[in-house]
Design a protein around this ligand. Structure first.
Ligand code: ADP
Length: 379
C-alpha cells in the first residue's frame, strides 16, 4: 500500500510567491498520477514538497496514512528521478546505482542482486562498467531510473524526466516507464509540461495553473469533459478551437452567431438551455480540430459554414487545415481542422466546413467555466 494524500497544501516562497495554493489530491495505491501544466504552474514545487525537498507552508501530507510534513526526505521511502539525471560522473553505471544502497548499509550481495535485477529490467547489463559520459541521453536517464528502482521505494517521483531527450527517445522512454509501472506495481507521480506525455502515461491526470488544481481525471474523461476553457485548450494537440459568439432563439431554432465574423450555425434543440445560461447570450464555443470536417463524410450531424483556407499541412494519414472565418472587415476566428482528405484544398480558396454539432463545448465567456453539466446534450 502506498497512498499519497495532499490536504490543502500551500507553498509560499520567501519572495512571497504562492507556488501551490490549497492543493488537495489523493494519489491511489499503485496509481500513475501525472501533474501537468504550463511552466511556472507549481507542479515541480508540489512534487518537491512530496519528496521533502521543499518545506510545506501549510496543509498536510500523508504517505500511507502517516503525516510526513516534518519527516526527512531519506526517511520518506520515496525515490525521485530528475530531468538532468543527476548522475555522478566519476562513478560507473554500477556504482551510480549502488551508491544509495551503500549509504543505507545494504550488504554487498543484496546490492549486487538489486543492481543486476534493475539493469536487467532496463536493458543496462552490458553498460554497468561504463561511466555516464560514455552513454547516450536515453541510457543515462535509464540509469537514473535504475537508481530509483534499486531502492524499492513506496513511491516514485519523476520531475520532467524526458525533457532532455530527443523526440524519438522520448517516445521510447515513455513506453518504458509505463511498462515499468505495470511491472513494479508502484505508486508513481510524474511531472511534465507535455500534455501528450500526460495523456499517454497517466492513469489519471491533474491539470494545474497558477498554483491551483484545475481538474483531476482519467485522460479520456479530461479530453471529452474539460471543466473549463483552460483544461479544454491545454489538453489536445492541435488545441481545441474557440469561437466567441451569441446564442439566440429564432423561430424555434437555436442559433450560434460568431462575434465579429460571418459564421451562423443552427444548433440542435438539445442546446436550448444555453441561451438562458449565458450572459446576454454571449458565449464561448469550443470544438476540437477532428470535429471540423471538410468533406461530406456521411456524418449526419454536421452544420455547415464557410472559411478561407490559409495553410494545409499534410501529415500523411491526415491533413491539418488552418482556416479563418475572417471576411471583409470582420476579424473572424482562426480554426484548425484535422481530417483525412483525398485532395488537399488550395491556399486562398473558400471551403465548406462542417462542424459536428454533437461535439461542441460551451464555456462561460467571462469565467471560462464549462456549461456542459448545465445543458442537456445529445449523447
Ligand atoms: P513548474 O514546475 O510548474 O514549472 P514551479 O513549481 O517550478 O513551476 O514554480 C512555481 C512558481 O514558483 C513559479 O512562479 C516560480 O517562479 C516560483 N518558484 C519556484 N521555485 C522558487 C524558489 N526557490 N524561490 C522562489 N520562487 C520560486
Amino acid at each position: 500500500m502506498a497512498e499519497v494524500i495532499l490536504k490543502e497544501i500551500c507553498k509560499q516562497y520567501d519572495n512571497g510567491i504562492f507556488a501551490a495554493k490549497d492543493i488537495s489530491l489523493t494519489i491511489r495505491d499503485k496509481e500513475f498520477m501525472v501533474l501537468v501544466g504550463p511552466s511556472g504552474c507549481g507542479k515541480s514545487t508540489t512534487l518537491r514538497m512530496i519528496a521533502g525537498l521543499e518545506p510545506i507552508t501549510s496543509g498536510n501530507l500523508y504517505i500511507d496514512g502517516e503525516r510526513m510534513n516534518e519527516v526527512q526526505p531519506k526517511d520518506r521511502d520515496i525515490a525521485m528521478v530528475f530531468q538532468n539525471y543527476a548522475l555522478y560522473p566519476h562513478m560507473t553505471v554500477y556504482e551510480n546505482m549502488a551508491f544509495g544502497l551503500q549509504l543505507r548499509k545494504f550488504s554487498k550481495e543484496e546490492i549486487r542482486h538489486r543492481v543486476y535485477e534493475a539493469a536487467e529490467i532496463l536493458g543496462l547489463t552490458e553498460y554497468l562498467e561504463r561511466k555516464p559520459k560514455a552513454l547516450s541521453g536515453g541510457q543515462r536517464q535509464r540509469v537514473a531510473v535504475g537508481r530509483a528502482i534499486v531502492r524499492k521505494p513506496k513511491v516514485f517521483l519523476f520531475d520532467e524526466p524526458l525533457s532532455n531527450l530527443d523526440a524519438k527517445m522520448r517516445v521510447q522512454m515513455r513506453t518504458e516507464i509505463s511498462r515499468l509501472h505495470k511491472k513494479l506495481e508502484a505508486t508513481m507521480i510524474y511531472v511534465t509540461h507535455d500534455q501528450v506525455e500526460a495523456m499517454t502515461m497517466g492513469d489519471r491526470i491533474t491539470v494545474m495553473k497558477d498554483g491551483l488544481i484545475q481538474q483531476t481525471e482519467a485522460p479520456l474523461e479530461l479530453y471529452h469533459h474539460p471543466v473549463n476553457r483552460f483544461v479544454a485548450g491545454f489538453i489536445g494537440s492541435p488545441a481545441m478551437n474557440f469561437i466567441e459568439g451569441i446564442i439566440s432563439r429564432s423561430e424555434g431554432k437555436i442559433l450560434f452567431s460568431e462575434a465579429n465574423g460571418p459564421l451562423q450555425l443552427e444548433l440542435p434543440e438539445s442546446y436550448s438551455g444555453l441561451a438562458e445560461l449565458s450572459d446576454d447570450g454571449v458565449i464561448l464555443a469550443g470544438i476540437r480540430p477532428e470535429d471540423i470536417h471538410m468533406t461530406r463524410n456521411g456524418n449526419e450531424c454536421l452544420v455547415w459554414g464557410k472559411a478561407l483556407v490559409e495553410v494545409c499541412e499534410p501529415m500523411g494519414n491526415e491533413v491539418f487545415a488552418h482556416l479563418t472565418t475572417a471576411t471583409g472587415n470582420l476579424k473572424g476566428h482562426s480554426l484548425i481542422s484535422r481530417s483525412y482528405l483525398e485532395t488537399i484544398p488550395r491556399h486562398g480558396t473558400v471551403a465548406d466546413i462542417g462542424f459536428d454539432c454533437r461535439k461542441f463545448h460551451f464555456f462561460d465567456q467571462k469565467t471560462g467555466v464549462s456549461l456542459a453539466n448545465l445543458v442537456m446534450q445529445e449523447s
